[in-house]
Design a protein around this ligand. Structure first.
Ligand SMILES: *[C@@H]1O[C@H](CO)[C@@H](O)[C@H](O)[C@H]1NC(C)=O
Ligand SMILES: *[C@@H]1O[C@H](CO)[C@@H](O)[C@H](O)[C@H]1NC(C)=O
Ligand SMILES: *[C@@H]1O[C@H](CO)[C@@H](O)[C@H](O)[C@H]1NC(C)=O
Ligand SMILES: *[C@@H]1O[C@H](CO)[C@@H](O)[C@H](O)[C@H]1NC(C)=O
Ligand SMILES: *[C@@H]1O[C@H](CO)[C@@H](O)[C@H](O)[C@H]1NC(C)=O
Ligand SMILES: *[C@@H]1O[C@H](CO)[C@@H](O)[C@H](O)[C@H]1NC(C)=O
Ligand SMILES: *[C@@H]1O[C@H](CO)[C@@H](O)[C@H](O)[C@H]1NC(C)=O
Ligand SMILES: *[C@@H]1O[C@H](CO)[C@@H](O)[C@H](O)[C@H]1NC(C)=O
Ligand SMILES: *[C@@H]1O[C@H](CO)[C@@H](O)[C@H](O)[C@H]1NC(C)=O
Ligand SMILES: *[C@@H]1O[C@H](CO)[C@@H](O)[C@H](O)[C@H]1NC(C)=O
Ligand SMILES: *[C@@H]1O[C@H](CO)[C@@H](O)[C@H](O)[C@H]1NC(C)=O
Ligand SMILES: *[C@@H]1O[C@H](CO)[C@@H](O)[C@H](O)[C@H]1NC(C)=O
Length: 782
């Protein structure tokens, strides 16, 4: 592996000369004056600066050359129309690392600077503040820290600092920056402090995005004259008062979600005649939902979840003919579902989870809404039989009834919903068997039936569910076998993913995706752990879109791949049932299966060697009756992280191929009393403790497992023993090495001094040589 220069710090001695050499080269032929010539000098010094931070990888600036006379033709550079001065630099996504260049101000006509989507760190230097002509500054998607001080950019129109790590208050920048500002995107940083007065003087401001910071205090009262205003995910508090909407309101998007606002929400919001999205989710608003909202005819998304609104839904809302999304989750409504929901015939997404509703759903007419695509009634207290009427909603794609008290059989009519992509009935009290009619659900991606009391066989027809990648029936009473027919399940999800790619869903972030995702993507198991680490509310939405469109989000995907229904990680969770018989050899057909959990069942016989052909990351066979040799082929599962073979009747020789599983972090082969052979004393298997090997009397363990006493000493010996031996020899080599490196640099330095002095064309070539040597030195040392 080649480590980029800045990552390493251990051997900085030999490298510290490089900036010095560069400095000599840069400062020697200094050109002064405001001209295209001086601009190109600055750009070349910018280029050398970028190369000094990252000599191994280069963006399009690599083609900037002195020989090519016309600076204005350099990639990423724009000039004045007559080509007399440089006005713009665009180096987005150009593998730039290190700190920001400190001499942009020498480009006195610079108006446009885009360095987004790199890994620029450090803080914003004072020099940038002297770029007085700058109109567009985009530093988004970097790792810039420090505090913000940009009051000098008085001509700025667009400021995008989103997705960085900038902290502190913004008062030294706003409102001084505001003369011409139209766009201010500070989202996804670590800003704090008050915002109530910062934009007062920003006359032209239209788009303000402050979401996911730590701003506190009251809201800025002037937001109505913007087009978009988002403060979601901050710590703002206080009231939203009627006066904030008085006069002309131009808002199209108002996003206040995830703060601590209290009191009633004012009906004057209806002054915002162009409002598209009103998102109040996750505050402490109380009182009635304002009836005036019903007159905002442009409204498409109304998100009122996780508040304390009262139970009455105003009739006026029925007039919102463009309303697509209606979310009223977690408002503690209780009782029967309000009948009015059955009259929102225009709505596609109805999200009512977490409201403690009781009874059946029959009291309202929501089960006949013609255009409904997603119905989420999970985390309530509905009881009785599952209504079969739901199957008449032919546009339904997501039906989520999990975590209720439904009982009885699953209606076989549920098999008549050809567009259904997710059916989640988990954690109810359902009995009876899984209807064979489910085999007709060819769009189904998720079938979630875990934690019920279902019995009987899993119908062979499930194998016809060609999109079904995620199948979870854990913890039921299912019996019968894992039949060869099942392995066609999920064989071709591409058509379903295609439908989703063409028709992006209109949902507002935070509408329950996170909750659903955590259930459908099992956080406790690899490879899904990785996905959920990053699953904050801010990332749910995009992750959700990724999964639905069949793009890979987990590291099982080949590095660098972007799309791939072929690479998506499917699962089969059958644990905690009474399933029996053998695992069919053709399980190897399930090319997308990353997680196979067969634990706590009654499976028996040999494990087929074909298991080694699956892209498994997780394989759990605990507490079954498997017997025979453990296939050596498991050693081919190179991305396997968890392997549990415990409590079975495996016999024969211990498969030493398991030592090849370098990703494995959990391993258990305990209580297979007939396993014999020797566990290797070095390698991956030696990293596990004794309790991975309990109850295997015939198995010979490495001696360090048997030493009583200090765990640390023994494992320390295991890992480091050999390295210590080699140490002396190595250090002598290093001395010779350092000495020759030093000599090389002394000669190189003298050469450069002479060459620079005569300003010859060889200078840069010589420097390149020195640099190349430095890079290879670096690689040798790492
Ligand atoms: C910035 O660039 C100008 C023009 O090339 C040069 O004269 C000046 O020395 C540079 N300043 C720094 C700090 O590098
Ligand atoms: C800033 O750059 C990012 C990434 O290149 C881009 O998505 C975004 O639209 C840009 N912001 C503005 C305001 O142009
Ligand atoms: C601000 O930046 C974030 C992240 O780049 C982006 O998702 C968002 O759309 C931007 N907001 C505006 C108003 O442009
Ligand atoms: C944000 O700032 C707070 C202090 O204001 C600090 O404790 C926290 O670690 C910072 N978070 C990040 C991600 O930098
Ligand atoms: C509201 O807008 C109208 C026309 O768009 C304009 O004439 C009026 O002055 C505006 N009122 C305020 C208070 O800005
Ligand atoms: C809402 O109010 C309750 C008490 O009434 C409080 O416990 C809770 O933290 C508040 N929530 C927010 C988001 O401020
Ligand atoms: C403002 O919030 C307080 C709670 O802090 C509440 O008592 C009061 O009624 C609210 N005022 C309005 C106008 O909503
Ligand atoms: C719906 O709008 C119509 C006309 O715009 C109006 O007559 C009617 O009263 C409104 N209905 C409700 C319930 O507000
Ligand atoms: C249902 O959707 C179709 C097509 O999107 C539309 O034409 C129809 O008006 C919608 N029905 C209702 C009641 O809104
Ligand atoms: C749900 O309803 C049952 C009775 O049907 C009751 O025993 C239980 O406490 C309720 N649970 C909740 C969370 O309200
Ligand atoms: C295998 O599954 C059982 C039961 O779900 C669980 O207790 C055990 O931790 C799992 N093993 C591994 C290695 O994850
Ligand atoms: C050895 O490690 C195991 C598990 O980490 C621990 O339970 C045990 O107490 C340790 N024994 C000693 C003697 O430190």
């Amino acid at each position: 592996m080649v480590t980029p220069l800045i990552m390493a710090d251990g051997d900085s001695k030999s490298l510290s000369l490089v900036p010095f050499l560069l400095l000599i080269l840069i400062t020697a032929p200094a050109v002064t004056g405001d001209s295209l010539d001086s601009d190109s000098q600055v750009l070349l010094s910018f280029k050398s600066y970028l190369e000094s931070w990252n000599p191994t990888e280069r963006g399009k600036y690599n083609e900037w050359e002195t020989e090519k006379k016309d600076v204005c033709q350099w990639p990423g550079i724009t000039c004045t129309p007559e080509g007399s001065r440089v006005t713009g630099i665009s180096l987005t996504d150009s593998t730039i690392s290190g700190h920001l260049f400190r001499n942009f101000s020498a480009l006195t006509q610079l108006t446009f600077l885009d360095l987004s989507s790199n890994t620029i760190g450090g803080s914003i230097p004072d020099d940038l503040n002297r770029c007085h002509n700058l109109k567009y500054l985009n530093l988004s998607h970097n790792i810039i820290g420090g505090e913000l001080s940009l009051s000098g950019l008085s001509n700025l129109e667009v400021l995008d600092l989103s997705v960085n790590q900038i902290a502190g208050e913004v008062h030294s920048t706003f409102p001084t920056l505001c003369n011409s500002l139209v766009v201010a995107n500070l989202s996804n940083n670590n800003f704090s402090g008050r915002i109530d007065d910062i934009f007062n003087e920003c006359r032209y401001l239209k788009y303000v995005d402050l979401k996911y910071n730590r701003f506190s205090g009251e809201i800025w009262a002037g937001f109505r004259r913007l087009v978009k205003f988002s403060v979601s995910g901050n710590r703002l508090s206080g009231n939203i008062s009627a006066s904030m909407f008085r006069g002309n309101c131009t808002l199209q998007v108002l996003d206040l979600c995830g703060n601590g606002f209290v009191g009633e929400f004012p009906g004057q919001v209806s002054n915002c005649h162009n409002l598209n999205v009103l998102d109040l989710w996750g505050n402490n608003f109380t009182g009635n939902i304002p009836a005036e909202i019903g007159s905002i005819s442009s409204l498409r998304g109304l998100h009122l979840g996780k508040n304390e609104f009262s139970r009455d839904i105003p009739e006026t809302l029925l007039n919102l003919s463009n309303l697509v999304f209606l979310g009223l989750s977690r408002n503690n409504f209780g009782g029967d579902v309000q009948g009015i929901f059955g009259r929102f015939t225009q709505v596609k997404y109805l999200v009512l989870y977490g409201n403690s509703y009781v009874g059946g759903i029959h009291s309202s007419n929501i089960l006949t809404l013609p255009n409904l695509s997603r119905l989420d009634l999970s985390y309530n207290n509905f009881s009785g039989l599952l209504p079969s009427k739901i199957s008449q909603m032919q546009s339904l794609t997501f039906l989520i009834l999990a975590y209720n008290n439904f009982s009885g059989d699953i209606p076989r009519e549920y098999g008549n919903m050809p567009r259904l992509q997710a059916l989640d009935l988990s954690s109810n009290r359902l009995t009876g068997s899984i209807p064979a009619s489910f085999g007709k659900l060819t769009s189904l991606l998720w079938l979630m039936l875990a934690n019920n009391s279902l019995s009987g066989e899993i119908p062979r027809e499930i194998g016809n569910c060609s999109s079904l990648l995620w199948f979870n029936v854990a913890n039921n009473q299912l019996s019968g076998g894992l039949y060869p027919e099942f392995t066609n399940m999920g064989s071709n999800p591409t058509p379903t993913f295609e439908v989703n790619r063409q028709k992006r869903d209109y949902i507002i972030a935070g509408s329950g995706e996170c909750l659903v995702m955590k259930r459908w993507i099992p956080a406790e198991f690899p490879p899904f752990i990785f996905g959920l680490e990053t699953l904050t509310k801010r990332s749910c939405r995009s992750l959700w879109d990724h999964v639905r469109e069949g793009k890979c989000i987990f590291p099982v995907c080949p590095p660098g791949s972007t799309v791939g229904p072929l690479d998506i990680s499917g699962y089969l969770q059958l644990s905690g049932n009474k399933l029996s018989g053998e695992v069919p050899a053709n399980i190897s057909q399930m090319k997308k299966l990353s997680m196979l959990h067969l634990g706590l069942n009654e499976f028996e016989g040999k494990l087929p060697i074909e298991i080694g052909l699956l892209p498994l990351v997780f394989l759990n066979l605990t507490r079954n009756k498997f017997s025979g040799q453990i296939p050596q082929e498991i050693g081919n599962l190179s991305s396997l992280q968890n392997l549990d073979l415990s409590y079975n009747n495996f016999s024969g020789n211990f498969p030493t191929s398991l030592n090849d599983l370098s990703e494995m972090s959990k391993f258990n082969i305990s209580y297979n009393p007939f396993i014999s052979g020797v566990v290797p004393y070095r390698g991956q298997l030696a990293t596990f403790e004794k309790d991975s090997f309990l109850g295997n009397p015939l198995l010979q363990l490495p001696s360090f497992f048997n030493q009583s006493g200090n765990n640390n000493t023994s494992s320390g010996e295991r890992d480091n023993g050999r390295e210590e031996e080699d140490d002396d020899g190595a250090s002598i080599d290093m001395l010779v090495f350092y000495w020759s490196t030093f000599s090389f640099y002394v000669v190189a330095l003298m050469g450069i001094l002479v060459l620079v002095y005569f300003d010859c064309p060889w200078c840069r070539a010589w420097l390149r040589l020195v640099e190349a040597f430095t890079v290879s030195l670096k690689i040798m040392l790492s």
